[in-house]
Design a protein around this ligand. Structure first.
Ligand code: ADP
Ligand code: MG
Length: 715
């Protein structure tokens, strides 16, 4: 950012270089350096580096500078910005103004207002973590994520990223567990690196999330209660040609969409979000935006902000942005590819294999730890991305399967197999023919298997089963925690081995070999979409949670508890709270959908179908009155449609009853099961018949925009 350049200077994207205004709306390093007294800045940087608490003086100094900076940019209010367990972001705005003793209004913002807030938080879900008598929650400043300015129609608000905790420090949000997991995996990795003679004070989990979404014309979207309230279509006959329009993929981006994307990027850049790529996705009107990777906690905040930006910029462009995992039946869903790796504070990527991975012992060690993590906790990884939305996507239309497995590519697999067979061992630096003959790793080469939910793609892993609307904090937390757990075990084994006097190389290979052998079941190079894989996975004993109902049981299992509790990432109470909220969210999502579908069927679709029948029957009567014979097939077709309308009406009644029955259940588990099984099936069977009715109804009077309207190119 050039000095003095702020967002009001940005008129046209093509007249200003991004580097000139990147991060201009954040109180990041550059702004801090400019505004903070030297000592304060140094003290701040130092405590950030050591992960230590800030002294009140430093906090106060930062608060003053932050307020001045924000007010110079026109801010009138500030808010603690946080990520409650709902998955959305939350804010409570306060003006800077306060009474001075003389009775004048002045602007004030203190260190304590910066570091701690107390939103009236009793209505955020706590999963039972807070009894009502201590319903307070506190927001605590997270200095690792820069404060930023949010531009509103009539003013600017300073947003301070915060953690949200209970009275006793319980994590009430998604940020605290993520930060804990970053710390835990860092410690385990640093301990490992000591054995390899690699210098690092910290190891940082890195993440670059690729975000997919659909765009729908707002005028059309507004006519669909399902899109408005459930952000997916609950009904809609499929067009004869939909998904087949694959020329959309990487096709040229239409002007209107490009305008939207450019504004999204502008907003991202101002907030320091390194948006990098944009392109059309496979399905019609489906797109993707991906940032450059950064520290996982920042990537998480940035992805949360990005989702907000997408929606608000969309509104300005008359577009509804659908982040839902499966907005349209029969059309590809949207995911969020969470790319993950570990790097030292010096910038060394520990998952970079180099040209000769078989000689890169540290790489093999970290790879083995990741395999071990996914092998033990594939079920948990699956569970953490389970939601009512993602249930529609996983395992359908080109989406990752609900069975977790790891794809490594031919080259790495070959190396691991050779290690397992003992063909790469300590002693001499022998290199096997079998390996020497294998092709070297090229990024493109490893990325070929798109059917794998957890794929090694060159120098990082790509977790592809995460849903497009989901916060990435929890999936990242689970990966970090599970890899930390695995590293801790490998570290103990390696330390013991070396303690016995085994030479380093031999010791590492022994530990890696054991891990590779034990975790073989999780490796799969074939077609993850195929039916054979489902059977094969079952033979291998890999968990296959088909839906959220099944996945939630994994959350409740012992392995999950161990991963969270023993690593210190979540306490039992915090874990239970999250499981509780998952149940609630699942039930709520399905309950809303069921109600909206009922309303659409009862008040829009069936009245239209019956009116259409009436009109057509009347027309046939007129034919008859005019002395013409009404052909039987015409009568039969009306009769069939009338019959279907009757079926729809009775399925509708069944849905209403199923919903009421589910809501009436006392026990959480039973309710989840009733929603997942009875209510969902009742909705699907009603939808089936409504879709058929749509196909037989006069399109002129159909009350809802059709799939072909929603999916036709935006112009
Ligand atoms: P693709 O997956 O389409 O091949 P890329 O490999 O270029 O695309 O990157 C996809 C995402 O992965 C981007 O957000 C990128 O910044 C991120 N990424 C690249 N390298 C790493 C890494 N070492 N750790 C985490 N994320 C990474
Ligand atoms: Mg990718």
């Amino acid at each position: 950012m050039g000095k003095g350049m702020d967002s009001s200077d940005i008129r046209r994207l093509d007249q200003v270089k991004v580097s000139q205004y990147f991060g201009c709306n954040t109180f990041g390093e550059r702004a801090m350096k400019e505004r903070l007294p030297k000592d304060t800045f140094k003290a701040f940087r130092e405590s950030l580096r050591r992960g230590a608490r800030l002294s009140p003086e430093v906090a106060h100094g930062v608060a003053q500078a932050m307020k001045d900076w924000a007010m110079d940019h026109g801010a009138t209010h500030f808010t603690h910005w946080f990520l409650p367990m709902t998955g959305a972001t939350a804010e409570k705005h306060d003006a800077f103004i306060t009474w001075e003793e003389s009775g004048q209004v002045i602007e004030r913002f203190s260190g304590s207002q910066l570091t701690q807030g107390e939103p009236d938080a009793s209505s955020f879900p706590s999963g039972g973590l807070r009894a009502t008598f201590e319903a307070r929650g506190y927001t605590a400043w997270d200095p690792t994520s820069p404060a930023f300015l949010m531009e509103g129609p009539l003013g600017i608000t300073l947003c301070i990223p915060t953690a949200f905790v209970g009275y006793h420090g319980e994590a009430l949000d998604q940020k605290v567990p993520l930060l804990r997991s970053m710390d835990v995996v860092s410690k385990a990795a640093v301990r490992a690196l000591k054995r390899f003679g690699i210098e690092a004070e910290h190891v940082v989990a890195q993440c670059g999330p690729e975000q997919e979404y659909f765009l729908v014309d707002m005028e059309l979207a507004r006519k669909r209660p399902d899109l408005l309230f459930a952000t997916r279509t609950l009904q809609g006959a499929r067009p004869p040609k939909g998904q087949e329009l694959e020329d959309h993929y990487f096709g040229s981006i239409k002007e209107r969409v490009l305008g939207f994307m450019q504004e999204v990027e502008l907003e991202c850049f101002k907030l320091g979000i390194p948006a990098k790529t944009r392109h059309n996705e496979v399905a019609p009107n489906q797109f993707e935006i991906a940032p450059i990777y950064e520290a996982a906690n920042l990537a998480s905040d940035h992805n949360q902000l990005l989702m907000e930006i997408l929606k608000s910029v969309g509104e300005r462009h008359g577009l509804m942005v659908l982040l839902h995992e499966k907005p349209f039946a029969g059309v590809n869903g949207s995911g969020k590819h969470v790319n993950w790796s570990l790097a030292t504070d010096g910038g060394l990527n520990l998952l970079e294999p180099g040209r000769t991975p078989e000689e890169n012992l540290a790489f093999l060690y970290f790879l083995a730890a990741t395999l071990k993590a996914i092998h033990r906790h594939g079920g948990l990884l699956r569970a953490v991305i389970a939601s009512a939305n993602n249930d529609h996507r996983l395992g359908a239309n080109e989406a990752p399967p609900a069975i977790m497995s790891v794809f490594l590519g031919q080259h790495l697999s070959g190396i691991l197999d050779a290690i397992e067979r003992g063909e790469i061992s300590g002693g001499a630096e022998q290199k096997l023919l079998a390996i020497a003959n294998l092709p070297h790793i090229e990024k493109d080469f490893t990325d070929r298997n798109r059917t794998s939910p957890f794929a090694f793609t060159g120098n990082k892993f790509e977790f592809r089963a995460v849903g497009s609307s989901q916060p990435i904090a929890m999936p990242l937390t689970v990966i970090n925690a599970c890899v930390a757990e695995a590293l801790n075990e490998l570290n103990l084994a390696l330390e013991a081995e070396e303690g016995r006097g085994t030479p380093h190389r031999e010791a590492v290979l022994a530990v890696v070999r054991k891990a590779v052998t034990e975790t073989k079941a999780i490796r799969f190079e074939g077609n993850g979409y195929s039916e054979e894989w489902k059977q094969e996975a079952e033979r291998r004993g890999l968990p296959h949670a088909k839906d959220t109902v099944a996945a939630l049981k994994i959350w409740e299992g012992e392995a999950a508890k161990a991963a969270f509790v023993q690593t210190g990432v979540l306490t039992i109470e915090e874990l239970d709270a999250r499981i509780h909220i998952r149940h609630e969210q699942y039930q709520k999502a399905l309950s809303i959908e069921a109600q909206v579908l009922r309303e659409m069927a009862e008040t829009q679709i069936l009245p239209t179908v019956i009116a259409d029948l009436g009109a057509r029957a009347g027309a046939l009567n007129q034919l008859s009155a005019a002395g013409m014979e009404v052909p039987d097939p015409l009568k039969a077709s009306l009769q069939a449609q009338a019959h279907l309308a009757g079926v729809a009406q009775s399925r509708l009644l069944l849905l209403v009853k199923t919903l009421a029955d589910a809501e009436a259940l006392e026990h959480h588990d039973q309710r989840t099961e009733a929603f997942g099984h009875s209510v969902r099936i009742a909705m699907e069977s009603l939808r089936d018949v409504l879709d058929t009715l749509e196909e037989g109804c006069n399109a002129e009077i159909w009350p809802l925009p059709k799939y072909r309207d929603l999916l036709s190119p935006l112009s």
